[in-house]
Design a protein around this ligand. Structure first.
Ligand code: AMP
Length: 418
C-alpha cells in the first residue's frame, strides 16, 4: 500500500470545511483592507530563497526541498511566500504602476522539519505583503487586520508579541555587543546556539533550550537608532489607539534574515509547543536585494494547519444535503433526476439516492448523512403526481405536487433559515 510521505497528509471532504471557512473569510475580509490575491509558482530558482531568506537560516541551510530539473537547474519547492511575491513584484515592475501594493496569497509551503504536533513538511499559509511604504501606519493596519481576521473566525486566547529588530545601521553594533557578552559563555550553550553564535547570533536570543540564560542578555530594543526607535514608538501608539493589546517581546527575532524594524508573532492557546500562529514584520531592504528598486515592505504569514486545529467546532462544518431524494424504480429515477437538477439550479444541495435499495435503507442513509429533508419518489408518487417532504429534525411532513418546484424550494429554504 502506498502512503503519504511523512509529515504530509490528505485533507478529506469531511475535514475540509474549516479550511474553506478560513480561506473564504480571508478573501472577504482582506478585500476590505485593499488586499488583492496573487498566485506564484510552487517552485522557484533555489537562489531566490538563498538570497532572501538567508543562507545561514534554518530554512535554507537544512529544510529546503531542492532538486535539479532535467535542464540541470537547481529548483526549490517554496518554503515561504514572501520571496516569491517580491520576486513577482520586481519581475513585473509593479512599482511603475502602483504606489502602494497590497497582495495576499494562500497555498502550500514545504520545509523538511522535524515531525511534531502542528508541524508538517507540506503546510499551508495565508500571507499578505504591503509594498511601497515604510510608514508605521502600514504595520499597524496590517497587524490589526490579522487580529480582526482571527477574531472573526472565533479564535480565542490570542496574544500579539511585538518587537523591533532594528535596521542595518543599529543592528551590527548591537550584534557585536551581543557576541562580546556571549563569547566567554557560549561553550555552555546548546549545540544550535554554538552554531548560531557564528552564523546568526541574534537567534541565540530566542533559543528554546537556553531560555533562562538568554533572558539575561542585552536586547536590541535598548540599542535602536533614533529612526528605528521613533518607528517602533509609532507602531506601539498606533496599535494602542485602535485598542489592540500587545506584549513587548524584546527577545523575539524571526528566523528569516530579511526582517528589519517591526517583528511580530501571534500565538494562540490550545496549540501546544508549536503555538505560533502568525509571524511577520517589516522587510525594507528585500526588494532592492532581489534586484528591484528601493521599495519598503511589510508582511506576515499565518499557518493554516495550526489555525484549523484551534477553530471553534461550529466554524466550517461541512454542508449537508438540503434534501435527499429517496427513489424506487427506474421511471421514478428519471423524474427524480430532473427534480434534483432543478433543485440544484435553484441553489439547493440535493442528494439523489442512486442505490435503488429499499426505502427503509435509503431513509437510514439520509439520516446518517445529516440531510435536512427526504422526499420519497416511487410508483405511487408518480401516479398521484405528488410526494411528501419530510423534515428529519422533527418528522414534520408536507405534501407537494411534483411539478410545483417553486413551492418545494420555498419550503426547503424556509426550513433552512429557521
Ligand atoms: P514563518 O514563515 O516561519 O514565519 O511561519 C509563519 C507561520 O506559518 C507560523 O507561525 C506557523 O503558524 C506556520 N508554520 C511554519 N512552519 C510550519 C510547519 N512546518 N508546519 C505547520 N505550520 C507551519
Amino acid at each position: 500500500m502506498y502512503r503519504t510521505v511523512e509529515a504530509t497528509r490528505d485533507l478529506l471532504p469531511d475535514e475540509i470545511g474549516p479550511w474553506q471557512t478560513c480561506e473564504d473569510t480571508a478573501r472577504s475580509l482582506f478585500r476590505c483592507y485593499g488586499f488583492r490575491e496573487i498566485r506564484t509558482p510552487i517552485f522557484e530558482f533555489t537562489e531566490l530563497f538563498a538570497r532572501s531568506v538567508g543562507e545561514q537560516t534554518d530554512i535554507v541551510s537544512k529544510e529546503m526541498y531542492t532538486f535539479t530539473d532535467r535542464g540541470g537547474r537547481s529548483l526549490t519547492l517554496r518554503p515561504e511566500g514572501t520571496a516569491p511575491a517580491v520576486r513577482a513584484f520586481v519581475q513585473r515592475r509593479i512599482h511603475r504602476s502602483e504606489d502602494l501594493t497590497r497582495w495576499y496569497y494562500t497555498g502550500p509551503m514545504f520545509r523538511y522539519e522535524r515531525k511534531q504536533k502542528g508541524r508538517f513538511r507540506q503546510f499551508f499559509q495565508i500571507g499578505a505583503e504591503v509594498l511601497g511604504a515604510d510608514s508605521p501606519v502600514v504595520d499597524v493596519e496590517t497587524i490589526e487586520m490579522v487580529l480582526h481576521y482571527l477574531t472573526a473566525l472565533g479564535v480565542s486566547g490570542m496574544r500579539l508579541h511585538l518587537n523591533s529588530v532594528g535596521c542595518r545601521a543599529c543592528r551590527p553594533p548591537y550584534t557585536d555587543l551581543l557576541r562580546q557578552v556571549l563569547d566567554p559563555q557560549i561553550g555552555s550553550y546548546c549545540k544550535d546556539c554554538q552554531r548560531r553564535f557564528e552564523t546568526n547570533v541574534l537567534r541565540v536570543l530566542d533559543c528554546k533550550v537556553d531560555v533562562d540564560r538568554a533572558a539575561g542578555l542585552p536586547v536590541l530594543v535598548e540599542h535602536l537608532c533614533d529612526a528605528c526607535g521613533e518607528h517602533f514608538a509609532a507602531v506601539r501608539d498606533g496599535l494602542a489607539s485602535l485598542g489592540v493589546e500587545f506584549d513587548l517581546a524584546p527577545r523575539l527575532v524571526r528566523g528569516l534574515d530579511y526582517y528589519v524594524r517591526t517583528a511580530f508573532e501571534v500565538t494562540a492557546s490550545g496549540l501546544g509547543a508549536q503555538n505560533a500562529l502568525v509571524g511577520g514584520g517589516r522587510y525594507d531592504g528585500l526588494v532592492s536585494q532581489l534586484g528591484g528598486p528601493d521599495v519598503p515592505g511589510f508582511g506576515f504569514a499565518l499557518g493554516l494547519d495550526r489555525l484549523v486545529m484551534i477553530l471553534p467546532e461550529e466554524a466550517g462544518k461541512s454542508p449537508v444535503a438540503d434534501i435527499h431524494l429517496v427513489v424506487v424504480g427506474s421511471e421514478a429515477m428519471r423524474r427524480a433526476r430532473q427534480l434534483a437538477t432543478r433543485l440544484r439550479h435553484a441553489g439547493l444541495i440535493a442528494a439523489l439516492d442512486v442505490t435503488q435499495r429499499s426505502v427503509k435503507a435509503q431513509m437510514r442513509a439520509a439520516a446518517r448523512s445529516g440531510a435536512r429533508h427526504t422526499l420519497v419518489i416511487g410508483e405511487n408518487e408518480l401516479s398521484a403526481g405528488r410526494a411528501t417532504l419530510r423534515r428529519l429534525e422533527d418528522g414534520v411532513e408536507a405534501e407537494f405536487a411534483l411539478d410545483a418546484l417553486a413551492e418545494l424550494v420555498e419550503e426547503i429554504r424556509h426550513a433552512g433559515s429557521r
